[in-house]
Structures are given as structure tokens and as C-alpha cells.
Design a protein. Structure first.
Length: 256
């Protein structure tokens, strides 16, 4: 057989291959590999709407100063962005309080939903640690399409929470009454329910909680408080005693 090839025959043959994520999600080839895809809104608008949604969820004061702290940007940057978002009909300012408009609410809900679904996929399917999954989901949330979102829901079995217990918008709400760990009396047994987004954004906090196996559904007993830090017994196979720093202790949500 003559193995000589013409110049044309030596050209590279391009074959479309699904990425691992596309294969798992059952979405068309190129759906993920073609990312990023331009969305309806600039990612900065999406970040601000998402942050306002999460601050409201955490019952935090939604004013420009707190928003600047949460996003780690200057107050002047927030002030300029707020003006632009008002013009885009995404937020409105009521005195000093920032509120999402119906359009802003729709955008925030979509981004938060996709972020939390992505976290589920990255932890439950790929096996990334919590902190890394959160970091990656912060990028994925802006480029996930409706097709990929549907694929995630199908693959994951329509989960109701992210790995940290925060509700995924669009799923049935739970009626579990939660309270901050700071309001739990010493000697009380409780169950971890939610690790709010503010803890997720804290450097090292997710790594610490995951390594201590303080996860949603875990039973613990509050043993002692010391200058805001909380000493707990974590009820697993060894009933370990651990200490949470004041920042995490003040925000961790539990049920009795």
C-alpha cells in the first residue's frame, strides 16, 4: 500500500469531542467547551444582584457600605455601579436600603440557582473540596446556559440545597426553623443546617469546616463559649471536641 500523502491529506482532521462535564450532563457537544457565552447582563451586574440576594437571605443590612465590604471593593465603586444598575432597572434605592427590582430579582435568582447547582456538581460528581468548588462555581454561574442548568438538575436529582445547606432557588422551601449558633445555650445539642454565603467567602472557613466534618445534618453539642469562639462536641464516630472561631460561630445556622 502506498502510504504517501498529498499536502491536503496531511492536514489535521478536527474531531469534536464532548468534555467530561458535557458527557455527564448529557448536553450537546460544545455547550460547555464554547464558554464563555455572552449573557444578557454584564457579569458585574450579576455579581451585585447575587450579593444583594445573599445579603438579604442572611438578614444583613443591604446598604452600600455593607455591599462594599462584602464584595471587597471601594465605596466609590459601589456608588457608581448602583447608579448604573438603577438605570438598567435592576435595583432601586429606598432611602439608604438597596432593593432588587423584579428584573433584578429574576437575574439574582438565576445566578444564585446556577451557582449552587454548580457547587453540587463539582462536589458530588467531580469530588472537589468545598472551597475549590465554591471558587469554580463563582465562574460557572455566569456562563451556564439553560440547557446545562437542566442537565445539572437531571444529573443531580433536582437537589434542594447546595453542599453547605443553602437553598437552591426554584426548589420547595423547607420549614426547618434555624437559629444562629450564638443563640444556642451551652450544653444544648443541635444540628447544623446552613453555612451561609458570608462564611463561604471567608478565607479558610470552608476548608476548616469541611476538615472538621461540620456539615449540614451533623449533630453537635455546644460545650463552652470563650470570647465569641465556640467549643463543640461533633457527634460522629469519635465524638471529637473542636473549636470554631468567633466569625464562623456568629453566622453558622443550626436547628435544635
Amino acid at each position: 500500500m502506498n502510504h504517501a500523502r498529498t499536502a491536503g491529506e496531511n492536514r489535521s482532521i478536527i474531531v469534536s469531542v464532548a468534555t467530561a462535564e458535557e458527557y455527564l450532563l448529557g448536553v450537546p457537544i460544545g455547550t460547555l467547551s464554547a464558554m464563555p457565552v455572552a449573557g444578557e447582563h454584564h457579569p458585574a451586574f450579576e455579581e451585585y444582584c447575587e450579593c444583594i440576594f445573599e445579603m438579604r437571605e442572611d438578614k444583613a443590612e443591604v446598604i452600600q457600605a455593607r455591599l462594599a465590604e462584602r464584595l471587597a471593593v471601594s465605596r466609590s465603586s459601589v456608588s457608581e455601579m448602583v447608579k448604573r444598575m438603577e438605570l438598567a432597572d435592576l435595583i432601586e434605592v429606598d432611602s439608604t436600603q438597596l432593593q432588587l427590582t423584579p428584573r433584578g430579582e429574576e437575574l439574582a435568582t438565576r445566578i444564585v440557582r446556577r451557582h449552587r447547582l454548580a457547587e453540587r456538581f463539582l462536589t458530588d460528581i467531580i469530588g472537589l473540596p468545598w472551597a475549590r468548588a465554591h471558587h469554580e462555581a463563582c465562574k460557572w454561574e455566569h456562563v451556564i446556559s439553560a440547557d446545562v442548568e437542566a442537565g445539572l438538575v437531571r444529573l443531580l436529582g433536582n437537589p434542594s440545597t447546595c453542599p453547605h445547606g443553602n437553598p437552591i432557588p426554584g426548589t420547595p422551601a423547607t420549614n426547618v426553623a434555624v437559629t444562629p449558633l450564638t443563640k444556642v445555650a451551652v450544653g444544648t445539642r443541635f444540628t447544623v443546617v446552613r453555612i451561609p454565603e458570608e462564611i463561604e467567602e471567608r478565607d479558610g472557613a470552608l476548608d476548616q469546616l469541611e476538615s472538621l466534618r461540620i456539615i449540614p445534618g451533623r449533630a453537635c453539642t455546644l460545650v463552652e463559649r470563650d470570647n465569641g469562639a465556640a467549643q463543640l462536641i461533633v457527634h460522629d464516630d469519635s465524638d471529637r471536641t473542636v473549636t470554631l472561631d468567633p466569625f464562623v460561630s456568629a453566622r453558622l445556622l443550626v436547628t435544635l
